[in-house]
Design a protein around this ligand. Sequence first.
Ligand SMILES: Cc1cc2nc3c(=O)[nH]c(=O)nc-3n(C[C@H](O)[C@H](O)[C@H](O)COP(=O)(O)OP(=O)(O)OC[C@H]3O[C@@H](n4cnc5c(N)ncnc54)[C@H](O)[C@@H]3O)c2cc1C
Length: 264
Amino acid sequence: MFTIDKYILAENLEQAYELNQNRRNVIIGGMLWLKMGRKKIGTAIDLSALNLNTITEDEQSFKIGCMCTLRDIELNEGIKNYFGTLLNKAIENIVGVQMRNIATIGGSIYSRFGFSDILTVLLSLDTYVELYKGGIIPLEKYADMPLDNDILVNIIIKKDGRKASYSSHRLSATDFPVLTCAVSNKGRQWFVVHGARPMKAKLTKIEMSENPETEEIIATVAKLSDDTPFGTNIRGRMEYRRILAEVLAKRNIAEILNGGSHAN
Ligand SMILES: Cc1cc2nc3c(=O)[nH]c(=O)nc-3n(C[C@H](O)[C@H](O)[C@H](O)COP(=O)(O)OP(=O)(O)OC[C@H]3O[C@@H](n4cnc5c(N)ncnc54)[C@H](O)[C@@H]3O)c2cc1C
């Protein structure tokens, strides 16, 4: 059980940031992950009065406020129109609707969980995080940074027209994934992400023909899975994950070649 000494509804980001510099204090999102721990929290800093629960779209990008829930993203019409079923496929297996109504995108991406479906799919897109002090940086860079005391304010996904596909393997529905995989493609550039390895999602950028033949796909995917580190945990052995990685990557590439999810 975790405990909270004091609760503050932040009036602005500067106040929230200042409070968050104390190591006993934490920003709270949906608190679903925090409640699993035993942390003795000094001050819980709530961002929910700062209008950070909206998704805005313009010609270049989507901006998703950190307090948006996974369910907000699932239901957003603009996201569905642009990405088709891509983001839904990455979100729909996360426990259930009640939980996705609470889990925030800020808490999900800040935590950079090894098992994260959402980190996997967003790494395959042209995604950035906007930090209160750290500014806008690519998600790829953020994923490798240590957890710090900055505030993740927005997630920005650029509309660069790439096609993408997502899949995961689970031992049973709604369990944590054994492996996640997202692939996207723009011209000869292919972006392959494997997550739940069980380490944090890893993005690999490769060159392959725009319309590769089967042999090229098999060779590329085999090399990729050889070059990617996988590990063993209670959900699966390293060898099993390596086999799954090839299967999921091939399926995603096949889906992209059949249309994938992409801009209208
Ligand atoms: C039982 C269970 C099963 C799950 N299964 C899956 C799964 O299969 N796939 C998957 O991808 N995910 C899964 N998740 C993770 C879930 O989707 C959320 O990512 C997770 O609960 C964190 O979101 P939250 O809003 O609850 O964050 P919180 O618990 O509120 O916060 C998590 C951390 O993020 C920090 N934080 C929150 N918001 C911000 C911010 N804006 N800026 C800086 N720091 C911030 C907090 O201080 C805390 O350290 C699961 C979670 C649970 C509890």
